[in-house]
Design a protein. Structure first.
Length: 248
């Protein structure tokens, strides 16, 4: 049975003080959640956010990492550093990383392997752009992203893996994929996972939907059989709104 997971991707929002304050508000509204609750603040806030979240049911993740343990990689953070602080998750290959920072499936593959080697749960993001959807290449694009990012993963660590389907055209636009559309693409992702990672991993891996998820559409999305959770951007910055998603 896959436990639902609702993760907030705070992106480049909230100062340290604001981030800590948001955890205080959030802890009250999500305390009875039936799903796993995760927030992913910017890396310089992780330490204080983890302290603020201690003793609550809120888990914490990074938004990105480099695949090396340490070294001359100015500006990067490593899986060892995330793990030592107490982060449990890390978002990898978000479309904003792919688009603005030119991350490739090969980069995401290295990061995914490194995260899993250190016991972090990677939330690997895939999704098509509007042009790709309109050209009818959604499935082809996603298939390529999956096979490129999930190449040669350690079979003993597959229970750590989480996938997020985030159609780029639905991110921050207020346009949500219909629940049927999202369910269909996620069903396709699960079929591909079976080919790449085996039937057991495909059955057990949680696959989230992301893109303009809010309190008003969370229930419908979460009721779809293939959708195991949500990766939430804008609506995760407000405790009441995020709470209404978590308590869908
Ligand atoms: P929005 O919820 O703001 O559309 O962002 C989705 C997202 O990119 C989460 O990673």
């Amino acid at each position: 049975m896959r436990k639902p997971l609702i993760a907030g991707n705070w992106k480049m929002n909230k100062t340290n003080r604001e981030a800590v304050a948001l955890i205080g508000e959030l802890a009250k509204v999500v305390k009875d959640a039936a799903c796993d609750v995760v927030v992913c603040p910017v890396s310089i806030c992780l330490s204080d956010v983890l302290k603020a979240a201690a003793g609550t049911n809120i888990k914490v993740g990074g938004q990105n990492m480099y695949h090396k343990d340490s070294g001359a990689y100015t500006g990067e953070v490593s899986p060892v550093m995330l793990k030592e602080l107490g982060a449990e998750y890390v978002i990898l290959g978000h479309s904003e990383r792919r688009q603005y920072f030119k991350e490739t499936d090969g980069d995401i593959n290295l990061k995914t392997k490194a995260a899993m080697a250190h016991g972090l749960k990677p939330i690997v993001c895939v999704g098509e752009t509007l042009e790709e959807r309109e050209a009818g290449t959604t499935y082809k694009v996603i298939e390529e992203q999956l096979s490129g990012s999930l190449n040669e993963l350690d079979p003993s660590k597959l229970e750590l893996l989480v996938i997020a389907y985030e159609p780029v055209w639905a991110i921050g636009t207020g346009k949500t994929a219909t629940s049927q559309d999202a369910n269909e693409v996620i069903g396709f992702i699960r079929k591909k996972l079976a080919e790449i990672l085996g039937a057991k991993a495909a059955e057990e891996t949680r696959i989230l939907y992301g893109g303009s998820v809010k309190g008003s559409n969370a229930t419908e999305l979460m009721n779809m059989p293939e959708i195991d959770g949500a990766l939430v951007g804008g609506a995760s910055l407000d405790a009441v709104e995020f709470g209404s998603i978590v308590n869908y």
